[in-house]
Design a binder for this molecule. Structure first.
Ligand code: XIL
Length: 302
C-alpha cells in the first residue's frame, strides 16, 4: 500500500489518528488525515468535561462533528474516554462516594447511548493504575468510590452499546517488566475469569528518551492478547527526529504486527505542529505536512 491505511489493511489492521474538531477547517490537515488514516479518535471532544459540562446536561457538538467527518469519509471511530480521573468537568471533581459513583455510571450510560452503534471501540476507563513500583490503582476520586468502579463502568458501557468493543487504556504499560504493566495484566485476567465485559487493552505509547520503546514490547502485547482480548496502540507519539525516531516507530509497528490480535495503531495527531506535546517533533508529518523519515519507516514496516 502507498498510504498508512492501505498498508495496514493488507494485514487486516487499521491505522488511525487523533483529530481535533478545531482543525477540521484546515485543508492540509484534513487532506493528510483523509488520505492516510482510517480510524479516528477525538483528541478531547468525547471526554467527560466536553460531553457533560454541567451535571446531566450533555454536549455533543464537537464530538458529533468529528464523528460526522469520520463517517462522511468512510472511517471508523474509537471513543475516548468514558471514565477518567483527568479532564473531569468541574462539578464532578469534588464529588465523592455514592453520588460520584452514580454520576460516573450515568455519564458512561448517557454518552455510550448517544454514540450507540457508531463506535468501533470505547476507552471505557483511562489511566486507572499508578505509576511507580506498586502495581496498584491510582488514587483518584473515582478509585475512592470502591475498587469495583472499573468493572461497574464496563458493565454500564456494555449495556448501553452492546456492539462496541470495550477497552481499558493506559500509558507506561508497554514494558513487560514494569509493575504497572503487571497490575493492568492482573486486572484484565481477573475480568476475563469473572466474565466482566472487556474486549481490548489500549497502549497509549507516548515515548521519549526517558521512556523509550521497550525491546520486550512484543512480549507485552502477546501476553495481553493471550488473555483473550484485542490489543491496540492508541496514542502513539515518539519524541526525537531523524533515523533514531524512525527506528523506534518501526519497532512499535513490528511489535504490533507480530501479534495477531494487535488490531491497529493510532498516532496522537497528524503533524508535529498538531501534537499535544509542548515542544518537539513526535509525529509522522512535519509542520508543513511533509512525510518524515518516521513516516517512511512505518509505511515500509507495515
Ligand atoms: C491530551 C490532548 O492531546 C490534549 O489536547 C489535552 O490538553 C490533554 O489531553 N493521555 C490520554 C489523552 O489519554 O486523552 C491525552 O490527550 C494525552 C495523554
Amino acid at each position: 500500500g502507498s498510504t498508512l491505511q492501505a498498508a495496514a489493511a493488507e494485514t487486516g489492521r487499521y491505522f488511525g489518528t487523533a483529530i481535533a474538531a478545531g482543525r477540521l477547517n484546515d485543508g492540509t490537515y484534513t487532506g493528510i488525515a483523509n488520505r492516510e488514516f482510517n480510524m479516528i479518535t477525538a483528541e478531547n471532544e468525547m471526554k467527560m468535561d466536553a460531553t457533560e459540562p454541567s451535571q446531566n446536561q450533555f454536549s455533543y457538538g464537537n464530538g458529533d462533528r468529528i464523528l460526522s467527518w469520520a463517517q462522511q469519509n468512510g472511517k471508523r471511530v474509537r471513543g475516548h474516554a468514558l471514565a477518567w480521573h483527568s479532564q473531569q468537568p468541574g462539578w464532578m471533581q469534588n464529588m465523592s462516594g455514592s453520588a460520584l459513583r452514580s454520576a460516573m455510571l450515568n455519564h458512561v450510560t448517557q454518552v455510550a447511548t448517544h454514540y450507540r452503534g457508531k463506535i468501533y471501540a470505547w476507552d471505557v476507563v483511562n489511566e486507572a493504575f499508578a505509576d511507580g513500583s506498586s502495581g496498584g490503582r491510582r488514587d483518584s476520586n473515582l478509585q475512592r468510590t470502591g475498587n469495583d468502579w472499573i468493572e461497574a463502568a464496563f458493565r454500564a458501557a456494555r449495556a448501553a452499546d452492546p456492539n462496541a468493543k470495550l477497552c481499558y487504556n493506559d500509558y507506561n504499560t508497554d514494558n513487560w517488566s514494569h509493575a504497572k504493566t503487571q497490575g493492568v495484566y492482573t486486572m484484565v485476567r481477573d475480568f476475563k475469569s469473572r466474565g466482566v465485559p472487556i474486549d481490548c487493552v489500549g497502549f497509549q505509547a507516548h515515548f521519549n528518551s526517558g521512556n523509550p520503546v521497550p525491546s520486550n514490547y512484543d512480549t507485552t502485547l502477546r501476553n495481553f492478547a493471550n488473555l483473550g482480548v484485542d490489543v491496540q496502540i492508541t496514542e502513539l507519539d515518539i519524541e526525537g527526529s531523524g533515523s533514531s525516531q524512525a527506528q523506534q516507530y518501526q519497532g512499535v509497528v513490528q511489535a504490533c504486527l507480530s501479534v495477531a490480535r494487535c488490531t491497529g495503531i493510532t498516532v496522537w495527531g497528524v503533524r508535529d505542529s498538531d501534537s499535544w506535546r509542548a515542544s518537539g517533533t513526535p509525529l509522522l508529518f512535519d509542520g508543513n505536512g511533509n512525510k518524515k523519515a518516521a513516516y517512511t519507516s512505518v509505511l515500509n514496516q507495515l
